[in-house]
Design a protein. Sequence first.
Length: 97
Amino acid sequence: MQVTCDNCHKEYDVVMRMDRIGDIEKNYFKCPQCQTEYITACIDSNIRKKQLKVKKLNQQLRLLNDEQKIIKKVNQINDLEFEIKEDMAELKEKLNH
Protein backbone atom coordinates (compact mmCIF):
# COMPACT_ATOMS: atom_id res chain seq x y z
CA MET A 1 0.00 0.00 0.00
CA GLN A 2 1.35 3.40 -0.97
CA VAL A 3 1.29 6.23 1.58
CA THR A 4 2.67 9.75 1.76
CA CYS A 5 4.76 10.82 4.73
CA ASP A 6 3.20 13.67 6.71
CA ASN A 7 6.67 15.00 7.50
CA CYS A 8 8.73 14.88 4.28
CA HIS A 9 5.90 14.13 1.78
CA LYS A 10 7.71 11.19 0.19
CA GLU A 11 5.47 8.44 -1.23
CA TYR A 12 6.43 4.90 -0.24
CA ASP A 13 5.13 1.39 0.28
CA VAL A 14 4.27 0.49 3.86
CA VAL A 15 6.45 -2.18 5.46
CA MET A 16 4.86 -3.19 8.75
CA ARG A 17 7.11 -3.85 11.73
CA MET A 18 6.55 -5.13 15.25
CA ASP A 19 8.62 -4.48 18.36
CA ARG A 20 8.13 -5.80 21.89
CA ILE A 21 8.71 -3.36 24.70
CA GLY A 22 8.20 -5.37 27.86
CA ASP A 23 4.59 -6.55 27.77
CA ILE A 24 3.67 -4.16 24.95
CA GLU A 25 3.57 -5.17 21.29
CA LYS A 26 4.03 -2.11 19.05
CA ASN A 27 2.97 -2.39 15.40
CA TYR A 28 4.25 0.40 13.18
CA PHE A 29 5.85 1.51 9.94
CA LYS A 30 8.50 4.13 9.16
CA CYS A 31 9.13 6.52 6.33
CA PRO A 32 12.30 5.30 4.58
CA GLN A 33 13.28 8.90 3.80
CA CYS A 34 13.00 10.73 7.15
CA GLN A 35 12.35 7.81 9.54
CA THR A 36 9.07 9.28 10.84
CA GLU A 37 7.35 6.47 12.72
CA TYR A 38 3.62 5.73 12.41
CA ILE A 39 2.26 3.49 15.17
CA THR A 40 -0.76 1.49 13.99
CA ALA A 41 -1.46 -0.50 17.16
CA CYS A 42 -0.19 -1.03 20.69
CA ILE A 43 -1.26 -4.15 22.53
CA ASP A 44 -0.56 -5.29 26.09
CA SER A 45 -1.84 -8.25 28.11
CA ASN A 46 -4.93 -6.31 29.23
CA ILE A 47 -5.87 -5.54 25.61
CA ARG A 48 -5.17 -9.13 24.56
CA LYS A 49 -7.61 -10.37 27.23
CA LYS A 50 -10.27 -7.95 26.04
CA GLN A 51 -9.71 -8.98 22.40
CA LEU A 52 -10.11 -12.64 23.38
CA LYS A 53 -13.33 -11.79 25.23
CA VAL A 54 -14.66 -9.98 22.13
CA LYS A 55 -13.85 -13.06 20.05
CA LYS A 56 -15.74 -15.31 22.50
CA LEU A 57 -18.71 -12.92 22.62
CA ASN A 58 -18.87 -12.93 18.81
CA GLN A 59 -18.91 -16.73 18.83
CA GLN A 60 -21.73 -16.70 21.38
CA LEU A 61 -23.59 -14.08 19.34
CA ARG A 62 -23.74 -16.37 16.30
CA LEU A 63 -25.64 -18.95 18.36
CA LEU A 64 -28.33 -16.60 19.66
CA ASN A 65 -31.88 -16.34 18.34
CA ASP A 66 -33.54 -14.15 20.98
CA GLU A 67 -33.53 -10.48 19.94
CA GLN A 68 -33.02 -9.13 23.48
CA LYS A 69 -30.06 -11.44 24.08
CA ILE A 70 -28.58 -10.44 20.71
CA ILE A 71 -28.89 -6.75 21.58
CA LYS A 72 -27.28 -7.32 24.98
CA LYS A 73 -24.39 -9.27 23.45
CA VAL A 74 -23.84 -6.65 20.73
CA ASN A 75 -23.74 -3.93 23.38
CA GLN A 76 -21.16 -5.90 25.38
CA ILE A 77 -19.02 -6.27 22.26
CA ASN A 78 -19.32 -2.58 21.40
CA ASP A 79 -18.40 -1.55 24.94
CA LEU A 80 -15.33 -3.77 24.96
CA GLU A 81 -14.22 -2.60 21.51
CA PHE A 82 -14.51 1.01 22.71
CA GLU A 83 -12.39 0.16 25.78
CA ILE A 84 -9.80 -1.53 23.57
CA LYS A 85 -9.61 1.52 21.32
CA GLU A 86 -9.11 3.80 24.34
CA ASP A 87 -6.51 1.47 25.88
CA MET A 88 -4.56 1.34 22.60
CA ALA A 89 -4.62 5.14 22.30
CA GLU A 90 -3.31 5.44 25.86
CA LEU A 91 -0.46 2.98 25.19
CA LYS A 92 0.37 4.74 21.93
CA GLU A 93 0.55 8.05 23.76
CA LYS A 94 2.90 6.55 26.36
CA LEU A 95 5.19 5.17 23.65
CA ASN A 96 5.28 8.46 21.77
CA HIS A 97 6.65 10.30 24.80
